[in-house]
Write a protein of this length. Structure first.
Length: 168
């Protein structure tokens, strides 16, 4: 949202993440943007109780490759949630549309097929400035928001596998 700071969260409304393992798959394209998103996500996971050794990060060349990276991470790692981080900025061709649609559908497919939530942290902005504002600029950091979503989804995933209930 154009006027909402993405970095605000209330730890009292988020399940403790100390028992969860998270994956982060990061696009190397637009690294100044994606690394800021990644750092925001990691800092938030740790702030909410996750141990550093319970966060696994992999790089992929671009946003289109996020889907395969997340799939391989699901298949090879024992995780409670994954955050897919990328950045696609509108250009003069339809490439933007194809990449955004493909990544979106791919992440939807992963969420339907596997029992590991995959969080969509792909900035799809019209301008580079919009991406800067959403990756640590005046609108906060979408990586923080997505880390909170990952924690909440990991808690939902854990329902039925733990005897205690999650605060929802």
């Amino acid at each position: 949202m154009a006027t909402t700071n993405l970095s605000y969260y209330d730890k009292n409304t988020i399940p403790n993440a100390k028992d969860f393992r998270f994956g982060i798959v990061v696009s190397e394209w637009n690294p100044d943007i994606t690394r800021n998103l990644q750092q925001g996500a990691i800092d938030t996971l740790i702030d909410c109780g996750t141990d550093k050794e319970n966060i696994i990060s992999w790089d992929v060349p671009g946003s289109f490759e996020l889907v395969y990276g997340c799939k391989k991470m699901i298949e090879t790692q024992k995780l409670d949630a994954i955050i897919a981080i990328g950045n696609v900025i509108q250009g003069e061709t339809k490439h933007f549309d194809f990449v955004c649609e493909g990544v979106t559908q791919g992440i939807i497919d992963l969420n339907v097929k596997y029992d590991v939530p995959v969080i969509f942290c792909v900035l799809t902005d019209n301008t580079r400035q919009q991406s800067i504002e959403r990756s640590g600029g005046k609108l906060g950091n979408k990586g923080i928001e997505c880390a909170v979503a990952a924690i909440k989804m990991a808690a939902i995933k854990s329902l039925g596998t733990q005897t205690n209930t999650v605060g929802f």
